[in-house]
Write a protein that binds this ligand. Sequence first.
Ligand code: PBG
Length: 337
Amino acid sequence: MTDKTHLVDEITGHRRMRRNRKADWTRRMVQENRLTVDDLIWPIFLVPGTGIIDPIAAMPGVNRMSVDKAVEAVKEAADLGIPAIATFPDIEMELRDETGSQSLAADNLVNRATAAIKKAVPNIGIITDVALDPFTSHGHDGILRDGVIVNDETVDQIVRAAVMQADAGADIIAPSDMMDGRIGAIRRGLDAAGHQDVGIMSYATKFASGFYGPYREAINTGGLLKGDKNSYYISPANGTEALRDAALDVEEGADMLMVKPGLAYLDICWRIKEAFGLPTFAYQVSGEYTQIKAAAMNGWIDGNRIMMETLLCFKRAGCDGILSYFSLEVARKLAKG
Ligand code: PBG
């Protein structure tokens, strides 16, 4: 029954994309990517003390938790099937100093949490960061000397911190500091300490981004930061440079690569996955989380829908998984079916 009054031509008539979209069952048949609980890594914020669940104003629904409360929350995450968590500490101001010396305390907040979680919830992976920013009085990821973040000295320190984190039970070290040569140095340090099975997830391409704002409130580094991080993070303008940086991390022994932030950098996710074929993760960072939450709280968007859509889009862009503050919420939702 062709109606000659329509403008759709004969060739189009044979090639109708909508056939595969016509019903729920066809759509399910042709679905290329799926989000499952195995794709989720859950970043959590730690505070000293006990019994504390402290809401983060700029990240509605996200709390800073004392170690005991973190253990309970991680138990739920493990029960839901989330494969791994990532920890970030908000330590006492009086413990922060020029060199971030708390990063080298064997019983610092991160290491105490790792040990407690490992003991109580042995079947979930623990990913720890070695960047110095939670520990420095100036909020930079490395050691600040005469206005410069000194690379090699910082690397020496983060290698020692990484070994201590592994000693405490960390399964994967994820350095987010972007110092040159850190991946190889951490690998050698871990191996020398007998931690051959501890992996490295490199924040291979970490961009100098405005999307980190709420995170800096969460760990109270925002007010401290002197200047910016442009001398070590990658410019949002540069994709090829990001690929070169990731290539070095691969050569130096990274087991997994990460792209951060996520949604505005999906091209980088795709290029990295294509170029190296390593397990590739995206970090849907604090600002990405917050903008979805804020708009949803105003009734301007459907927050649940956009949460699921963004996470699925990371899969389509080639990611093997996503670090997301939505992870627990999504895992609960997926469990309900
Ligand atoms: C710094 C670090 C950052 C984040 C985690 N570790 C960025 C920064 O503060 O410069 C951001 C995470 C987020 O925004 O969710 N090493």
